[in-house]
Design a protein around this ligand. Structure first.
Ligand code: NDP
Ligand code: X2W
Length: 385
């Protein structure tokens, strides 16, 4: 890709239908607002699970957010500690100490990012005051069908009423609904990388919904920070392993989104893999085109669907998306290639699992709920290589 093309992708993309997005040169980065003493104009934000990977990623992004100030941060085992002892890279910021959720006072808080393990989250959100806007990064409110949740997550749903209220937070697809939400169920990382390219193609009837195969790879931070044997350095380094074969819990989440786009049931083959890198995710998607459809039709539709979007980018013809090209950023880059088998196409989609796959999209969603430009705090270029 030429330097000019690269610049045009990242800086000069037209935003005709998305006028509230501000251009990079107009972002005013005021001094760090990460203080419990946020000024009255600021939105006071709580981060539940701030001692984990997605919680710390929210804090990193908020350091450059001119409107959101951090009012409280919670942890479980690390409650009572200063953030500088848990995450030295955040120690330069004026942040409150980590406290247990039971000790948190939410009366002075406007919104929370809930960065807790699934299963524990439903009870906790059920107990939160109703004035709070909530973006939940866990899987607890993503599946509309409670019995499907119970089947895939192996436990009863503890807040079915709240489930009815939750809006799925795939920003570019459900922007208008998210704006009015009180509780957003932020999508999983694999579902984000897979649905973003597939939804417009399915909506436009350009691909068959009966034969979608997804082969996906994730960096190890996708599994969170708590110790697990299969995540030891010795287990992960210099190798690659599949997991969740035929039964990964993201399959029903992806199928739910694709079925919404298709207007009928969709079933996919989905196999995730763990690869030895800290962050990043690639989904390679094999699809069959509808009769008479050509690869250029897929490109045209994706170009059309995302030309006004800042964070979702169809690369130039032939350019291969790489996880290096999204690291640390909120971008989803993808491209579509003709398969050697006539009538089939291969889509490659990359994101940073901790940013567009989690905390970045969560911030995009809270910006929308609070009525701010969607890209506030998110204009980080990828950290290449
Ligand atoms: N990592 C990723 O790429 C993605 C993660 N997600 C989802 O986001 C959520 C957070 O993930 P991640 O940050 O990676 O997880 P981590 O394991 O890194 O962090 C979990 C956080 O939750 C706290 N916690 C754990 N158990 C409890 C409990 N019983 N009560 C209160 N707090 C608790 C931990 O506190 P302490 O450290 O003190 O024990 C920690 O702050 C998960 O639901 C995950 O599935 C979604 C998309 C991508
Ligand atoms: C590498 C790895 O283990 N990744 C996690 C997915 C991370 C994510 O998006 O999970 P949630 O649905 O819990 O939010 C997994 O496969 O379970």
């Amino acid at each position: 890709m030429s330097a000019t093309a690269f610049r045009s992708i990242f800086f000069n993309r037209p935003r005709s239908s998305n006028k509230d997005l501000i251009k990079p040169q107009n972002v005013k980065l005021s001094p760090i607002k990460c203080s419990i003493k946020s000024s009255q104009n600021n939105v006071r934000v709580g981060v539940l699970g701030a001692s984990g990977y997605t919680g710390s990623e929210i804090l990193r992004l908020l350091a450059n957010h001119p409107q959101f100030g951090v009012a409280l941060m919670t942890a479980d085992r690390k409650a009572g500690q200063a953030i500088s002892s848990v995450f030295p890279h955040l120690g330069t910021q004026d942040l409150p100490d980590l406290i247990a959720i039971k000790d948190a006072n939410f009366s002075d808080v406007d919104a929370v990012f809930c960065c807790l393990p699934h299963g524990t989250t439903q009870e906790i959100i059920k107990g939160l005051p109703k004035h709070l806007k909530i973006v939940d990064l866990s899987a607890d409110f993503r599946l509309r069908d409670v019995s499907e949740y119970e089947e895939w997550y192996g436990q009863p749903h503890r807040a079915p009423d709240l489930q009815k209220e939750a809006i799925y937070g795939l920003t570019e697809v459900l922007r208008e609904e998210i704006k009015n939400a009180r509780l957003v169920a932020n999508p999983g990382c694999y579902p984000t990388s897979i649905q973003l390219p597939l939804v417009p193609l399915i909506k436009a009837n350009l691909i068959q919904t009966t034969n979608i195969i997804v082969d996906a790879k994730s960096g190890v931070s996708g599994a969170g920070r708590s110790a697990k044997e299969n995540l030891l350095f010795t287990e992960v380094t210099e190798g690659m392993s599949s997991y969740g074969v035929t039964r990964h819990r993201h399959a029903p989440e992806i199928e739910q989104g694709l079925a919404d786009a298709a207007g009928s049931k969709v079933t996919i083959s989905f196999t995730p893999h763990l690869i030895p890198m800290s962050r990043g995710m690639q989904s390679t998607i094999y699809v069959e085109m509808a009769p008479g459809v050509r690869i250029d039709d897929l490109r045209h539709q994706l170009q059309l669907s995302y030309e006004d979007e800042e964070f979702v980018v169809l690369l130039e013809n032939g350019v291969i998306p790489r996880t290096h090209s999204v690291k640390g950023s909120n971008y989803c880059l993808f491209n579509v290639f003709p398969d050697r088998i006539p009538g089939r196409a291969i889509i490659i989609s990359v994101i940073d699992n901790l940013v567009k796959g989690a905390s970045g999209q969560a911030l995009q969603n809270l910006n929308l709920i609070m009525g701010f430009p969607e890209n506030l705090g998110l204009q980080y270029l990828p950290l290449f290589p």
